[in-house]
Design a protein around this ligand. Structure first.
Ligand SMILES: Nc1ncnc2c1ncn2[C@@H]1O[C@H](COP(=O)(O)OP(=O)(O)OP(=O)(O)O)[C@@H](O)[C@H]1O
Ligand SMILES: [Mg+2]
Length: 423
């Protein structure tokens, strides 16, 4: 049963509104955040705005097509944009961003001591939450420059969309907080009392920092902390400032999700969290939705027809666990407009001797699998809409190949703007 139809996300009015200054694309890993961010950036630029897109770990080919395949941590103007607007794109260099903060907040000698410190090096190269923290930091920097009408932010490939909101303050507290001061204590206080603090500190460090434990490590941490002394307070404050930026009018969050149970459950949590934090949600992008050009033929009727043809079952083209999408040798592949094309599996199905009825029965079974996938996706979406009927939705079809050039991004942009109606 189909429940209420959610409101359609009006993408173009959002992109065109001069009051929209930041769009953040969030979602669980692999759902299409980077693709959505780049497609929205391109569309906004081609509709006349001056846009910068901050991408995180874009696929190589996509980065190349935007001219940002070298990691230099500054926005580059993208060529071949149609219209009067501008698109600038950059790829976040987490370590470089961290280094820049150190350089900006410490004198040259102290900055060098920090940058050369092994503890700093391991922290900046990928401590849990560093990427999220640095993405927010970069967003703050871009906003402060006030050079762009619109900043579109991609978020790191976290397991959970919530990490983007949680990790920066966690890391900020870690860098600024009591914990690291406790580690400092022996360096400052010395003596037995200092050692006691130190032991508390050390025992807290099992777990995340466990890998790094050891005598030289401790010394590195102490030197690091001593060198960072001037920056205490800074990290937490900056994370808090960016957090406030995310609550400001002019910021819009888009939650990207695939029409699958886990991704949509994650999206629902995220929607609730944004509301709790008073962060403005623009809507949900439902990416990689499957369609069928023959949706009026139900799975049951297709299967019944296949049986009526009396053809032997043959190997299930969809495999035991449901359909295999974009399979190289057979299966169903989405085409323009969400229509499906059936690629006939190889031997024995497509040999010249294969009777037409057997082939037809095979196609009917493939169609039945596709229709089952469609209704699974619909049920998952209905569940989300029942929980959050107010959330506007734009659907993007699953395309046959990945999205790796400006033409592909334009296509995604068109689909986003049409909200899921055929383009
Ligand atoms: N609608 C679509 N149809 C077909 N392929 C798509 C679609 N959207 C995204 N893709 C492809 O899916 C892959 C993952 O997309 P993308 O990199 O945007 O996801 P992500 O959410 O940024 O992933 P991560 O969490 O790893 O950063 C890419 O190869 C992309 O080209
Ligand atoms: Mg990504």
């Amino acid at each position: 049963m189909t429940l209420d139809v959610p409101p359609t996300l009006a993408v173009d009015p959002l992109l065109d509104d001069p009051k929209t200054r930041i769009i953040v694309c969030c979602g669980a890993g692999g759902v299409g955040k980077t693709t959505t961010a780049a497609a929205l950036g391109l569309r906004a630029a081609e509709r006349g705005r001056k846009v910068v897109v901050l991408t995180i770990d874009p696929a190589r080919r996509l980065a190349q097509s935007m001219g940002i395949d070298s990691l230099d941590n500054t926005p580059r103007r993208v060529k071949e944009i149609e219209g009067d607007g501008e698109l600038h794109a950059m790829m976040l260099d987490m370590k470089r961003t961290f280094d820049e903060i150190v350089e900006a907040h410490a004198d040259a000698e102290r900055a060098r001591a920090i940058l050369e410190n092994p503890f700093y090096q391991s922290l900046s190269a990928g401590f849990a939450g560093t990427q999220e923290y640095m993405a927010m930091e970069k967003l703050g920097q871009l906003r402060a420059r006030d050079e762009w009408d619109l900043i579109i932010v991609d978020t790191p490939p976290s397991r959970s969309a919530l990490d983007f909101l949680d990790a920066p303050s966690r890391l900020g507290s870690f860098l600024d907080g009591k914990f690291i001061r406790v580690l400092m204590a022996p360096a400052k206080v010395g003596g037995r009392a200092g050692m006691k603090f130190l032991n508390v500190g050390m025992s807290m460090m099992t777990g995340t920092l466990g890998k790094l434990l050891g005598g030289p490590f401790l010394k590195d941490v102490q030197t690091f902390v001593a060198a960072m002394d001037t920056m205490f307070g800074g990290f937490r404050t900056r994370a808090d400032a960016t957090y406030r930026l995310l609550q400001a009018p002019g910021t819009a969050f888009l939650v990207v999700a695939a029409p699958e149970r886990d991704a949509l459950r994650e999206a629902a949590y995220f929607v609730e969290r944004l509301a709790a934090d008073r962060m403005p949600l623009a809507g949900l992008v439902l990416n990689r939705v499957h369609g069928s050009g023959a949706a009026r033929l139900s799975a049951e009727r297709a299967l019944a027809a296949a049986e009526a043809l009396g053809a032997p079952d043959g190997p299930d083209p969809a495999g035991p666990d449901g359909p295999v999408e974009n399979h190289e040798t057979g299966g169903i592949v989405d085409q323009e407009g969400g229509k499906e094309e059936v690629r006939t599996p190889p031997e024995p199905h497509d040999s010249p001797e294969t009777p037409a009825t057997e082939l037809t029965a095979g196609l009917l079974r493939l169609h039945a699998e596709r229709m089952r996938l469609l209704s699974r996706e619909q049920r998952t979406r209905d569940r989300f809409t029942a929980l959050h009927p107010e959330v506007a939705v734009a659907e993007v079809a699953a395309l046959p190949g990945d999205v790796h050039d400006l033409a592909g991004l334009r296509d995604i942009g068109d689909r986003l703007a049409s909200g899921g109606r055929p383009v």
